[in-house]
Design a protein around this ligand. Structure first.
Ligand code: B12
Length: 215
C-alpha cells in the first residue's frame, strides 16, 4: 500500500502527469483510500517540490508541471471522495469556498471543497482570484451559511480581512460564519481579523464546519 503512495509522490516530483493518472487509476481500481492517496502521495510530492523550489533546487516550470499533474490526479480522486458523502437535498449545510483576490493557488482549496462535500456539505466553489463581493453574492444566491476563503500568499492574506470588512459594510457579518485557511495564515491571524474559524488542513476544516453549524 505505501508503495503506491511513494509512487504517487515521485510522479508528482517528476511532474509526470501520465504516471499520476496511471497510479490514481490503480488507487480507484484497488479501492485504496483516496484521501490517503492525496495526503500521503500527491500532497507529499508537491510539498517536497515546494521546498526544493524555495531552496533554488527546482524551478517555476517544474512546479507548474507538478501542479498540473496533481490536478489531473485530484480530478480523478475527488469524485470518488465526494461519492462517499451524503450530499444533495439533505446536506448538512451550504458552504462557499473560494480563493481570495490576487491568489491563483487552488489545489488546497479544491481538497478542502472535496472533503467538505464528502462530509455531507453542499459546496459552492467560486474559484480563484475572487473579490469579497463574489463570496457574498454567491452566499446570498444559494443561501449558504459558511464562507471559506483561502490564501496562500502573504500578500493576499489581507484579502481575507477584506471579506470580513465587506460583510460588515453590508450589515450581514452576523449572517455568516467565515472560515479562513492556507499556508501563511494562522489562528492568531484569524483572531486578529475577526474570522470565526481557522483550519490548518482540509480535515480540520471539516471538523470546524461541524462545530460552526452546531453553533
Ligand atoms: C503549487 C504551487 C504553485 C502553483 C499553483 C498551481 C495551482 N493550481 O494551485 C503555481 C506554480 C501556479 C504557483 C504560483 C505562484 N506561487 Co506558489 N506555490 C505552490 C506550492 C509549491 C504548493 C502549494 C500547494 O498546492 N500545496 C498543496 C496543498 C494541498 O497544500 P495547501 O495549499 O497548503 O492547502 C492545505 C492547507 O493550507 C489548507 N487550506 C488550503 N486552502 C484552504 C482554504 C480554506 C478555506 C481552509 C479552511 C483551509 C485551506 O488545507 C489544505 C489541505 O490540507 C507552494 C509551496 C508550499 N509548500 O505551499 C508555493 C507557494 C505558496 N507559492 C509561492 C509563490 C511566491 C508563488 C508566486 C508568487 C510565484 C511567482 N513569482 O510567480 C505565484 C503566485 C501566483 C498568484 N498570484 O497566486 C510561495 C508563497 C510565499 C508567501 N508566503 O507568500 C510558496 C509558499 C512557495 C515558496 N516557498 O516560496 N505556485
Amino acid at each position: 500500500m505505501s508503495e503506491i503512495f511513494e509512487n504517487l509522490k515521485q510522479a508528482i516530483l517528476d511532474g509526470d502527469e501520465d504516471l499520476v493518472v496511471e497510479y490514481c487509476q490503480q488507487v480507484i481500481d484497488d479501492n485504496i483510500d483516496p484521501v490517503a492517496a492525496i495526503e500521503k502521495g500527491l500532497i507529499k510530492g508537491i510539498e517536497e517540490l515546494g521546498a526544493k523550489w524555495k531552496a533554488g533546487e527546482a524551478f517555476l516550470p517544474d512546479v507548474m508541471m507538478a501542479a498540473d499533474a496533481l490536478k489531473a490526479g485530484l480530478d480523478m480522486l475527488e469524485p470518488v471522495i465526494a461519492e462517499s458523502g451524503a450530499t444533495g437535498g439533505d446536506a448538512k449545510g451550504k458552504v462557499i469556498v473560494g480563493q481570495v483576490a490576487g491568489d491563483i493557488h487552488d489545489i488546497g482549496k479544491n481538497i478542502v471543497g472535496a472533503m467538505m462535500t464528502a462530509a455531507g456539505y453542499k459546496v459552492y466553489d467560486i474559484g480563484i482570484d475572487q473579490p469579497a463581493e463574489n463570496f457574498l453574492a454567491k452566499a446570498e444566491e444559494v443561501g449558504a451559511t459558511i464562507i471559506a476563503a483561502g490564501a496562500l500568499l502573504t500578500t493576499t492574506m489581507a484579502a481575507q480581512k477584506n471579506i470580513i470588512e465587506y460583510l460588515k459594510s453590508k450589515n450581514v457579518r452576523e449572517k455568516y460564519k467565515v472560515m479562513i485557511g492556507g499556508g501563511p495564515t494562522s489562528q492568531a491571524f484569524a483572531d486578529e481579523i475577526g474570522a470565526d474559524a481557522w483550519a490548518e488542513t482540509a480535515d480540520e476544516a471539516v471538523v470546524l464546519c461541524d462545530k460552526l453549524i452546531a453553533g
